[in-house]
Design a protein around this ligand. Structure first.
Ligand SMILES: Cc1ncc(C[n+]2csc(CCOP(=O)(O)OP(=O)(O)O)c2C)c(N)n1
Ligand code: SF4
Length: 275
């Protein structure tokens, strides 16, 4: 099975650094499957990441990749896309990377509707630095910086993306992998800012601190608590309570940033050539 997607990996960089049971690899597999399904030219596809366990993925992926600085993946990706709008640009980012230090870049890229595919690996915690709570940690969850439970409320990051102007927003998880591949694939088709929240499992920090059981138990939790929006739309309210909606949550069209930018350049070139 790996043979089908092997071309997308720098196999000489494997094995990866992720802990046993970490679901980052599952999400990476869905990303490359979506890229394959979309038929994107590997030489015209750039993957940018910040810093974190999830962001290490760019080291293993056989594309032009940028492993940047913590929180700035979307800013670097914006630069890549503006410099060459022909490129397919993906961002791999963690919940700390994207919603804490990188929150400002996130909302403004969504507002601009720049054609990026951002995949947020949401493990609800800072994995790489040892389990500090993040803006995506649920209220009451424990972390090394919240030993008595987090008193803050987490972002509803999909609604934040929609409110900020993203034209494609979806949520998936690490158990329902076909759905995850499909929603990333549909995001690629959107000409504009596409955001996918992928629920990840960090059994080593989030799982251990919050007594979530084994890695398999954490995936089972996702299976039991996620409900596709399509199914939810047909269910009465009481059956949806406490469920996390997955699937495509928002899909609209709006002017894309680099296309608008190109129009300005063409207009001024034309005006200058007529002068
Ligand atoms: C400017 C800066 N601040 C802080 C750090 C330390 N740091 C590295 S990774 C990280 C958090 C990682 O958490 P997340 O983005 O959620 O990714 P995960 O490791 O959970 O995949 C932090 C705070 C850094 N490298 N650079
Ligand atoms: S610390 Fe958590 S997120 Fe990081 S590699 Fe280990 S299991 Fe994965």
């Amino acid at each position: 099975m790996f043979a089908e997607i092997e071309q997308y990996f720098r196999t000489n960089r494997l094995p990866h650094i992720w802990c046993p049971g970490c679901s980052n690899g599952i999400i990476v597999k869905s990303i490359v499957e979506a890229i394959q399904k979309a038929g994107l030219d590997q030489d015209k596809t750039v993957i940018v990441s910040g810093i974190g366990c999830s962001s290490r993925a760019t080291g293993y992926l056989n594309f032009d990749t940028l492993h940047t600085t913590h929180g700035r993946a979307i800013a670097f990706a914006t630069g890549v896309k503006v410099a060459n709008p022909e490129l397919n640009v993906f961002v791999i980012t963690g919940d700390g990377d994207c919603t804490s230090i990188g929150g400002n870049h996130f909302i403004h890229a969504a507002r601009r509707n720049i054609d990026l595919n951002v995949i947020l690996f949401n493990n609800n915690i800072y994995g790489m630095t040892g389990g500090q709570y993040s803006p995506m940690s649920p209220t009451g969850a424990k972390g090394t910086t919240a030993p008595y439970g987090n008193i803050e409320r987490p972002f509803d990051i999909c609604n934040l993306a929609i409110g900020a102007g993203a034209t494609y927003v979806a949520r998936g998880n690490s158990f329902h992998t076909h759905q995850l591949t499909d929603i990333i694939h549909a995001g690629i088709a959107n000409k504009g800012f596409s955001f996918v929240e992928a629920l990840a499992a960090c059994p080593i920090y989030y799982g251990r601190k919050n007594k979530q059981g084994s890695a398999a138990d954490m995936l089972k939790w996702q299976k039991d608590h996620c409900l596709s929006k399509e199914a939810a739309d047909r269910l009465p309210l009481e059956k949806k309570e406490g469920k996390i909606l997955t699937g495509v949550l928002h899909n609209v069209s709006a002017p894309e940033y680099t296309e608008q930018y190109d129009k300005i350049i063409s207009r001024f070139k034309e005006a200058n050539s007529n002068a």
